[in-house]
Every structure is written in structure tokens, then in C-alpha cells.
Design a protein around this ligand. Sequence first.
Ligand code: TMP
Ligand code: MG
Length: 217
Amino acid sequence: MPERKPRGAFIVVEGLDRSGKSTQVALLEQRFKAEGRPVRLAKFPDRATPIGKMIDAYLRSQSEMDDHAVHLLFSANRWELAQSIIDSLNAGTTVICDRYAFSGIAFSAAKNKPGMSYEWCRAPDIGLPAPDLTLFLDVSPEKARERGGFGAERYENADMQERVQHVFERIGVEMGDGSRWFAVDADQEQGAVTDELWMRIQPHAQGTERPIQRLWE
Ligand code: TMP
Ligand code: MG
């Protein structure tokens, strides 16, 4: 019988703006490459698609949009790339993703808009491929400020980030036992953060035989 090849693991890195996510994701990619393991980076929002371009204009305040509508666009942006993520995983490639559905819930629920409860924000992502592991880069407001403060995009202000942090904390609690969701202290220096992330990722680096799960199974 031919030996079945394990699929790649789906690894998500989440965190507030300024948590060092993008830097860490790039460093993790280098580690996979150095070990000769196939790896693909994904990032949400993916601003390159037509939907992504609408999101980009909204984030840069070049357009206004109803909060429900933009929430659904963020989700649609994940749905339009879901099959290609599944294909990569099934081809044996590890997918490392900078933000995913957790950001979708956290940023929209943090707006505290009537009719946009936590449950409402969660719903459009039901059925998307679920990460095998999510690493939450936990940065303190002091450290975020030290790192040069926020940019000029929508949501990049201390008030909003604090509310987003609270929703992320709730998500962490609901994700449960700690095998799928780990908070990593992102106030540490860069190399220490990478080492800790790598330690969590290593058990997944060779892939897995487990079928791809779906949100929110
Ligand atoms: P970025 O800075 O990682 O490109 O993300 C842009 C902003 O979009 C960031 O403030 C987080 C926010 N966001 C949402 O509001 N909903 C989502 O579903 C995602 C993926 C990001
Ligand atoms: Mg940003």
C-alpha cells in the first residue's frame, strides 16, 4: 500500500496591531525553509483581491461602510481563499497565517454596535478550515507604544485596541484547554518570542494525519 503523506498543519498567528505578528510570521517562514519544509504564508485581510481592495479602502478611511457589511467582507475574504488553503494543506504544505477569523470577531465585536454581538460576529466564519494551532501574541499597551505607536489606519488607537484585547481574551478562554490556542508573551525580545513560537509549532511541523477541522467544531 502506498504510504499516506501527512497533510500540512494550519497555524494562525493573532494579536493586536504592533504585537510583532508580521515580523514573527516572516521569521517562522525562514525556520521552515531552513529545515527544507514546504511552507506558505497567508495574511488576512488579503488586500489583493477585489474584496480585499474594498477592505483596504475602508481601513485607510478612503471609504465608509456599514459595520455589518465590512464584517461580512472580512469573512468573505477568508472564504474566497479557503479552498486554496485547504489545497496547500492537502499537498503537505504548512500554512502560516497572519490573522484569521479571531481578528474578525475581536475587531468587530469590540465596536460594541447594537446587533453585532460576539455570536453574530462569529457566525459568518462557521465552516471555514480551522487552525490546528493558534498563537496569540500578547503585547502590553506600554510595549506597543514603545514600538513606535500605532499607524494611521482605522482601529489603530489605544481605546479600540484595549477593547479588542478583551475580546481576544474571551476567545482564548473559549478555545479551552490550551492545545489549540496559546498566548505568548510578546513583550519579550524578538528572538525569545520566535523561540517560544517555534517550541509550540514544532509538534506540528511534520504535518498531521488528522482531517482538517472546521470552525467552530
Ligand atoms: P493588518 O494590519 O494585519 O493588515 O489588519 C488590518 C486591520 O483589520 C487590523 O486592524 C485588524 C482588522 N481586521 C478586522 O477588523 N477583521 C478581520 O477579519 C481581520 C482579518 C482584520
Ligand atoms: Mg495593521
